[in-house]
Each structure stands twice: as structure tokens, then as C-alpha cells.
Design a binder for this molecule. Sequence first.
Ligand SMILES: CC(C)(COP(=O)(O)OP(=O)(O)OC[C@H]1O[C@@H](n2cnc3c(N)ncnc32)[C@H](O)[C@@H]1OP(=O)(O)O)[C@@H](O)C(=O)NCCC(=O)NCCS
Length: 236
Amino acid sequence: MRGFFASIREDMATVLERDPAAKSRLEVLLCYPGLHALWFHRTHHWLWEHGYLLLARWLSQVARLLTGIEIHPGATLGRRLFIDHGMGVVIGETAVVGDDVTMYQGVTLGGTGKEHGKRHPTILDKVVIGGGAKVLGNITVGTNCRIGAGSVVLRSVPDHSTVVGVPGHIVFRNGERVVITDPKLINDPLSEALSAVATEVKKLSHRLDKLEHPDAEAATSAAYLRHIIDDIDYQI
Ligand SMILES: CC(C)(COP(=O)(O)OP(=O)(O)OC[C@H]1O[C@@H](n2cnc3c(N)ncnc32)[C@H](O)[C@@H]1OP(=O)(O)O)[C@@H](O)C(=O)NCCC(=O)NCCS
């Protein structure tokens, strides 16, 4: 188990590393409610784990009053979590957060209201969750994902993905642009429209190929269209 002061030093170093606005250790110590909430949570989590449930809950509400951040004492948080600004952040009882996660003000790791038991999300390492994003239900957000500000994420997200929108959909995976073409997975009107256009373009491209004497312009445009289609990562 790491020492108390070692973990505080690590938390402060994390803020200095990830927030360009942070100028000194003293400023970090005094002006970052996300850090204070984290330190409160460690005590509350210990009390929760040792059966002092009501005391832990009550103290977590006092911490919310002081920091604007509500972390249920039952939540499991990893190392080097950075909650920037913090006001309005809510982390539910069965949420699990990995190491090196960053989240901004207004983030909710909540339940959908329909589940029991493990009903809050699991956030794996190195995830960044933008301001106001809601991640709901017993889902998993994979390593190194980025969740756009204001998104509402209701399904698990594979590693190395960027998710935006309401409901959240993947726009990048492993650095490649993603267009979802599986009808069961489409929950974004733009992806749906793009998928229909891509199918139509593919058909036209084949017809062009079949023309007996294609002129130079048609050949160029068919090659150009094929280049666009080949560049898209279709998530099927
Ligand atoms: C999601 C995010 C990480 C994506 O960043 P990125 O990888 O640089 O991606 P881009 O900006 O190229 O955006 C990719 C696409 O997603 C869209 N997009 C980006 N962020 C979005 C958001 N929050 N909501 C909806 N759509 C979004 C862009 O418009 C773009 O769409 P387009 O290609 O059709 O024009 C970033 O936009 C974001 O929201 N970061 C959170 C930052 C934050 O909360 N800061 C708080 C500071 S107090």
C-alpha cells in the first residue's frame, strides 16, 4: 500500500502534468476541488469497506457540499484520476474507474434506473470524458477512449475509440474514421445517411467498371470514389 504522502504527491504531479493552467504545487493544493474530492473519497471508501455505511454516505455528502463533486463511497477509483473543475460530477456506487482517467465538470457515471447490482459503468485506463458527458448503465468504456463533451453513452465502447453525440456513437477507432453500417448498431442519423450513400456509390462504381469503353473521366471518378470508400472503416 502506498504511503499517504506519496499518493498525495502523485495526485498533485498528475494535475501539474495534465492541466496547462496549473502553475505551482501550492495552487494545485488550494484550487483543485477534484483533488480534494479524491482525498475525501479515499477516507469515505475505507469507512464504506469497513462497514461504516451511513457515516461514509453522510461524509460523502459533506464532501459534495464543499467540492461540488458527488462520489459515492462505494465507488472504486484508480490511481491518477484527474477531475478538472469538477462541479456537478456524479460517480455512482458500483462505478469502477481505472488508472490515468481524466474527467471534466458535469460528468455522470450513473445508472439507467433499470438495473440492480452492478449498475454503473466501468471506465478502463487512460479514458478522457468530456464536460457534461453522461455514461449510463453497467457498460465498459475501453482503454484510451475519448468521450465527447455532452455525449450520452449507453453502450460499451471498444478500446481506442472516440465517441460523440446523443446517443453516443463511435466516430474514430484506432485513429481511423468509423461509419457504422450494421443496421442494429446504427443510432446516429448521419451514419445511417452516409451508409446509404456509400452503398449507392459502390453500386455505381461497379456499373462504371462494367462499361465496355469507359472514357477517361469516368475511370478517374470511379477510382476516386473507390479511394473514398476504401478509406472508411466500416464497423460491421
Ligand atoms: C470528442 C473529442 C475528444 C474529439 O476530439 P478530436 O479527436 O479532435 O475529434 P474532432 O474534433 O476532429 O471531431 C470529430 C468529429 O466529432 C464531432 N465532435 C467532436 N466533439 C463533439 C462533441 N462533443 N459532440 C458532438 N460531436 C462532436 C466533430 O464535429 C467532428 O465531426 P465531423 O468530422 O463530422 O465534423 C472532443 O471534441 C471533445 O469533446 N473533448 C472534450 C473536451 C472537454 O470536455 N473540455 C472541457 C474543458 S473545461
